[in-house]
Design a protein around this ligand. Sequence first.
Ligand code: TK8
Length: 336
Amino acid sequence: LITRTSITAAITAAALLAAVPANAQFQNRTIRVSNGVSKEHPMGNGLAAMGACTLEKTGGKMKIQPYWDGALGNDLTATQSVRTGSLEMVLTSTAPLTSIIPAFGVFDLPFLFNDEKEADQLLDGKVGAWFSDKLPAVGAVNLSWWENGFRHTTNSRRPITKAEDFSGVKMRVMQNNIFIDTFKELGSNAVPLAFSEIYSALETRTVDGQENPFNNIENMKFYEVQKYLTLTKHAYSPTLVLFSKKVWDGLSPEEQNVLKECAAVGQKEQRKVNREKAEVSLTNLKSQGMQINEIAPEEMARMRDKLRVINDRHAASIGRETLDLVFGELKRIRGN
Ligand code: TK8
């Protein structure tokens, strides 16, 4: 008896086979991916889309297997595993990697991007490619630019509505000199910690505050231990989709192409969901009892002025060429 389901299954299988080029070289592979966040994060949507794509294009042979909550390490330690080839892939912010590639520091300069459109244009264009080209030398291949997104500030001490309110607030920052310097310049006490250590540091009051995109604040339940959320939008964190160069070199060209194409499919989904969910997260944070504070435009202007010194202080470590390239491209994108 031929059922409707079995016909559908047969057609699907035939379609899968037809989608695979006749000469393609595909092996059974499981690509493990390290994530600092938990699986409800939009990174999950991105990886699900990427994984459906790799299965389809390899006739079911290449699987994407995410690991959540820093189970395979934090951004920096998982990246080191990717570099040595003991792990296939990591989704990481650029900021913790400035110790490996100082040029990435440019993305940490306060208020570099105004909106997502600018970030997309810069990262998906020749400047993004220029940064990606630096990675093979340190053992990694960047498949695509996804995003963590615009960062905002939370704390348990007081509402922050101007630069002076940061005074004496102990802030967790990423392990990154530019973030440390930025929050020191604002008068806070900046403490670098890995992402996985934030919740307990906030809970035990080892630190008073931290800064992350809305999605991460909700995803990590920081609202349980933080009262005030200030819309500082002080930086945009790009996410690298890093693949181990050592593993990469052992893949067939067809497998490499599938990974690149499917990382681009994942990018579209990840950015879309990340942006939709950010709004929802902000609403959820409010209903969880967080007090949302805005910074008035004139106070924001003062904060930007105060932080201009960060660009000069870190110009040498970022490098002239990088700064000229990024600011030149932003000027072009902004049409001025
Ligand atoms: C996710 C990280 C993290 C980052 C941080 O592993 O450390 O604050 O924003 O969300 O990339």
